[in-house]
Design a protein around this ligand. Structure first.
Ligand code: MG
Length: 394
């Protein structure tokens, strides 16, 4: 699979190595295809590299039989190439480099492990600056724990940590140099990263500051921690919705998706579900994306008599598309009649089902207006809603 449209000539490119089959992180599939938040691990890594303005193309190496997993994991993202990996990490990288070499357009390459999903742009900047001088460059972090030798049970001598560093990826190299180093590799021990291959070939590799966000995911707890780190970056948004419909002739009203017998119906172009309309507007408010009238104009015959559950589901899908998580919805219905109380729990359940939320996150309340105003006179119903969501700050 190739895509010329994503390839800038003679730009640095990225090679994501996703060939691992390790399932130590649980979930039954290799960790790079697991989900963190709304995206897979590899999609997070892909996006970080693809979004950087200096990176001209993102190439991938995957393991045998992972094509379907990859397609599902990437969604509509299009890599510049996908190369089958080899028996070892080194062979996988070498295969990916040969694919890039055949395209003949890379000045430098950032070789990145897919299992490091959170890649700050500042690290890419540092690597690209460092590699300009012709050396390789790797992100490193200082070692803060005391280090000792051990046979697995008894402690031996401690190891001075002031001259040690932890090495991360991506690792950046002038393309032709790292390609030649991989072609010349003769072992004997399998390298665990590309800096070792580069140094074996005589290349200088410099260290640039890494980032704790770049930690490699290995165990189940690492994925849970990554999920928590991602959640901590979300911001909370709260928005209101308000709606009114007048009574007209009829024998029932639609309220929160339920058909409730009444002496009148509510007038409206759709099914006039005043409760769902208020919640829909509250959700649209959290993403500052207009209101129910701008998404479903009353002038459009498609919405005549429409099930307002469709409006709510659409608003929820727009929130989800921006990475939003609906934390809570609270609705207040204002009318003298019909009585809401007997239907309250069924209404909550219907809204929870439409929003795919636990029942505990949906509140439905009702009040009369003490016979005051249009609701008090029984001329119509009003509803207001408050929605709280968390989403990436953008
Ligand atoms: Mg309405």
């Amino acid at each position: 699979m190739t895509s010329d449209t994503l390839v800038k000539r003679n730009a640095p490119v990225a090679l994501i190595v996703a060939a691992g089959s390790g399932t130590r992180a649980g979930g039954g599939i290799p960790k790079q295809y697991r989900r963190i938040g709304r995206e897979t691990v590899i999609a997070h890594a892909f996006d970080a590299l693809a979004a950087h303005p200096a990176i001209g193309a993102v190439h991938l190496v995957i393991g045998p039989g992972q094509d379907t997993l990859l397609a599902e994991a990437l969604g509509d993202r299009v890599p510049a190439s996908v190369t089958p990996g080899g028996a070892t990490r080194r062979e996988s990288v070498a295969a990916g480099l040969e694919t890039i070499a055949a395209a003949n357009n890379a000045s430098a390459v950032l070789i990145h492990d897919a299992a490091r999903p959170f890649l700050p742009a500042a690290v890419i900047d540092r690597l690209l600056d460092a590699v300009e001088g012709g050396a390789g460059a790797v992100p490193t972090l200082p070692v803060v724990d005391t280090l000792v030798r051990t046979d697995g049970t008894t402690l031996g001598d401690s190891v001075a940590r002031d001259r040690l560093a932890r090495v991360q990826t991506p690792q950046a190299f002038p393309f032709d140099t790292i390609l030649a180093a991989h072609r010349a590799w003769s072992g004997p021990e399998e390298p665990t990263d590309d800096a070792q291959v580069a140094r074996m070939a005589g290349m200088t590799v410099v260290a640039v500051p890494g980032d704790p966000m770049l930690e490699k995911l290995t165990h189940e707890a690492d994925l849970a921690a990554a999920e928590a780190r991602l959640a901590a970056t979300l911001i909370s948004r709260t928005a209101m919705g308000f709606d009114v419909h007048a009574f007209t002739d009829g024998d029932h009203v639609m309220l929160c998706g339920l058909r409730i017998p009444h002496s009148h119906a509510l007038a409206g172009h759709s099914d006039a579900d005043v409760g769902l309309h208020a919640i829909t507007d509250a959700l649209l408010g959290t993403i500052a994306d207009g209101d129910i009238g701008s998404h479903f104009p009353p002038s459009d015959p498609r919405w005549r008599g429409a099930d307002s559950g469709k409006f709510l589901e659409h608003a929820a899908s727009l929130v989800a598309a921006r990475g939003g998580i609906v934390d809570h919805v609270d609705l207040t219905i204002m009318c003298e009649a019909p009585k809401v109380g007997p239907h309250r729990d069924a209404m909550r359940q219907r809204v929870a089902d439409l929003l795919k939320l636990p029942l505990s996150r949906v509140s439905v309340k009702a009040t009369t207006t003490e016979k005051l105003g249009f609701t008090g006179r029984g001329e119509g119903m009003a509803a207001q809603a408050v929605a709280t969501v968390r989403m990436p700050d953008a």
